[in-house]
Design a protein around this ligand. Structure first.
Ligand SMILES: [Zn+2]
Length: 366
């Protein structure tokens, strides 16, 4: 009987032990799973945001780029490379990111500009390019060649190679080439980042006095593309424009885009009206005959310098006056030139035109 009780007690104790053990194992397991999940979440965060921070204050932050954009040998020390589609030859050229940025700055900003403006442009061009790489925005038809960029300014941003620079600058080639290289190398790898993402680094020649808020163009607010006053742009060759069209030509052009347009070449003044402007005076909507056209579409149809335009129908022709050159979003290049001449640094220029952004350095993921 005693033995039976002992056995029962032992069995009970064993059962309790087992339950405790199982509970302990379960707890450990839960703790491990929680830990693993936390780690995965942390990894997911870093890959989603694509950047890492060391935790130390004032330490430079990096934006990591996939190593497919490196030369195969020695990825750790390798430069970031890009494959550039040349519009004229349809050839894909592989070059280092910094080499590409020199060609982009050469095509996008006059080399006579002050060095700090050229540095700001270098960061802007690099940012524009690396956003496409980071987001894997491949060009259709060139997916296998991993082409994220072309040299067509209407599609990506402009780029010229050394031979084209020689043609453009003539006897000043060496001087300007060295100047641009020093602007690019002084900002090597630097890109603009907002909230963990490389920004959509739009820029234009001249805003006409005030840059545009992205909400007016895209219909939604972008925290870093806000409207700011932009001074000193008047030297831009296309800062203001005058365009003339005969009444017949005016109607013909519009009808080639809108075949159902009802617009008579007689008394155009009563048939054309700007319906809405943005806060910066750019045209949002214009009514022509029986249709409404966006300011941007109207600008494209008539090849105007900007959407900040005024239409003056006259007896036998239409006069259109414009102010500013380009879409007006982000950095004004001629405004950047002015700020540099006022003694502003490239960082001050960038932080003036792009709000709430930080400068990170792109690095290869290894
Ligand atoms: Zn492109």
């Amino acid at each position: 009987m005693k033995g039976e009780v002992m056995r029962r007690q032992l069995k009970k104790a064993f059962l309790i032990d087992t339950i405790f053990m199982a509970a302990a194992v379960l707890l450990l397991l839960i703790a491990n799973i929680a830990m693993a999940l936390k780690n995965t979440a942390a990894q997911d965060d870093s890959s989603a945001f694509g950047f890492q921070t060391s935790g130390k204050e004032n330490t430079e932050k990096s934006f990591l780029i996939n190593s497919e954009n490196a030369e195969k040998a020695g990825v750790a020390k390798a430069e970031i490379y890009i494959n550039l589609l040349r519009k004229d030859t349809k050839k894909v050229e592989r070059m280092s990111l910094e080499e590409y940025v020199v060609g982009a700055v050469a095509a996008e900003m006059p080399a006579e500009f002050p060095i700090e403006a050229l540095k700001a442009q270098a960061v802007a061009c690099r940012t524009y390019a690396m956003r496409k790489v980071a987001r894997k925005l491949l060009h259709s038809g060139y997916e296998r060649q991993k082409v994220y960029l072309c040299d067509d300014f209407a599609h990506c941003q402009a780029y010229i190679d050394k031979n084209q620079m020689k043609q453009k600058w003539g006897k000043n080639f060496t001087k300007y080439y060295q100047k641009l290289c020093s602007a690019v190398m002084a900002t090597k790898g630097e890109v603009l980042v907002y909230n963990g993402e490389i920004i959509d680094c739009l820029f234009h020649a001249a805003s006409g006095g005030r840059t545009e808020d992205a909400r007016e163009v895209f219909g939604q607010s972008i925290p870093y593309l806000k409207s700011v006053v932009s001074r000193g742009e008047e030297a831009c060759p296309k800062f203001s424009g005058e365009f003339y069209f005969s009444c017949d030509e005016f109607v013909k052009r519009l009808k080639s885009f809108y075949p159902n347009l009802k617009l008579s070449a007689k008394d155009i003044a009563s048939q054309v009206k700007v319906l809405q402007r943005t806060n910066t005076q750019r045209v949002k909507m214009v009514k022509v005959g029986n249709i409404k056209i966006s300011g941007e579409k109207f600008r494209q149809i008539f090849g105007l310098y900007s959407t900040e335009f005024w239409i003056y129908p006259q007896q036998s022709r239409i006069e259109i006056r414009t102010r500013g050159y380009g879409h007006g979003l982000g950095m004004s290049q001629w405004g950047a030139g002015y700020l540099a001449r006022q003694g502003k640094s490239y960082k001050e220029i960038l932080f003036y035109y792009y709000k709430n952004v930080k400068i990170y350095r792109v690095k290869l993921k290894v």
